[in-house]
Design a protein around this ligand. Structure first.
Ligand SMILES: [Fe+2]
Ligand SMILES: [Fe+2]
Length: 316
């Protein structure tokens, strides 16, 4: 416990071991589990509900690596190339991954950047997303589709004032809202990372390409660690006040759009969502994401992903 009596959220491996012994000795209201992101602590409330998890940020920063594909035979894409609709989806994913640095830039002008744990995570997160972009760009390159930073720069220039104003707008809004903004940032991130996991898994399954499937599963595993961070943070922060919950709910309902919708054309957004999530199997994934979000404090009944598909006429 800290001097204020509140437990610290950051748990390193040694501290975790000490803490595990202390907590087990003290009560049975904590459970420890191991996931791909490291150890997480789940707090159980008096009614037996899981109320929070503690993401092991120390472990995350120590184990964060770029996604590897050197051992994969990318020549397989020459023998067994991907079809145009999958290349179009991959191109979208690649652009979004490379665009992460802009999300980071926007975050740096908000109260989120004052939080040490958030800063540590975002540093590693940005690097991992960059390498996702590099891996996808290499596959696209084999198919004759060139993606590089100058393309992205062009795209940002076409966005013009919208992109230039983005950090300013975010700074003004975030600083008016104050610390509550961090909770909105975290639930927003959780929604996007949940969709990233689902999107990569769906593309791997739909395509059934032996090499693509391995790479996408590796990327999805890293996205799952991102989910663990954002969802843990969102759960903790939302639980603190109903005012924050209302703010986050309004933000998701009125402002949120599928990841990439702010930078890609609506035509591309509809292609990707339709390609990955149309039909019963795709809809099942989307309902699962909505259910994850609805379980966060104050978010019951939200169905932002299903609404996004319905608004684009993507059939279940
Ligand atoms: Fe990613
Ligand atoms: Fe991610």
């Amino acid at each position: 416990m800290t001097s204020s009596g509140r437990e610290r959220d950051v748990v390193g491996p040694d501290a975790l071991a000490r803490r595990r012994r202390t907590l087990y000795a003290r009560s049975d209201t904590y459970r420890y589990t191991h996931c791909s992101g490291g150890w997480v602590v789940i707090r159980i409330d008096s009614r037996g509900r899981e109320t929070s998890m503690v993401f092991d940020i120390d472990r995350f920063t120590k184990t964060s690596v770029r996604v590897h594909w050197d051992d994969l035979d990318f020549e397989e894409f020459r023998r067994n190339p991907l079809p145009p609709e999958s290349l179009r989806t991959l191109r979208y994913m690649c652009d979004v991954e490379y665009h992460t640095v802009c999300y980071l830039r926007d975050m740096l002008v908000t109260p989120s950047q004052g939080d040490g744990e958030v800063n540590a995570f975002m540093t590693m997160w940005n690097r991992e997303e960059f390498w996702h972009g590099e891996a996808l760009a290499e596959i696209l390159g084999i198919h004759g589709v060139t993606v590089d930073y100058s393309d992205l720069k062009d795209k940002r220039q076409r966005l013009g004032w919208r992109d230039r104003l983005s950090p300013v707008k975010q700074a003004v809004l975030a600083n008016i809202v104050g610390r509550d903004f961090v909770a909105v940032h975290m639930i927003w991130g959780a929604a996007n990372e949940w969709s990233a996991v689902a999107a990569y898994k769906r593309l791997a399954a739909l395509e059934g390409h032996p090499v693509l499937a391995v790479l996408l599963k590796r990327i999805a595993a890293q996205e799952a660690r991102h989910v663990a961070f954002y969802a843990t943070q969102a759960r903790e922060r939302l639980a603190r006040s109903s005012k924050v919950q209302k703010l986050a709910r309004v933000a998701l309902k009125k402002v949120w759009g599928p990841v990439g919708s702010g930078i890609m054309s609506e035509e591309e957004v509809t292609h990707v969502m339709g390609h990955l999530f149309s039909g019963p199997e795709g809809r099942k994934e989307i309902v699962t994401i909505d259910n994850h979000i609805a379980k966060l404090p104050g978010m019951a009944g939200l169905r932002i992903f299903q609404d996004a598909l319905d608004a684009r006429g993507i059939a279940a």
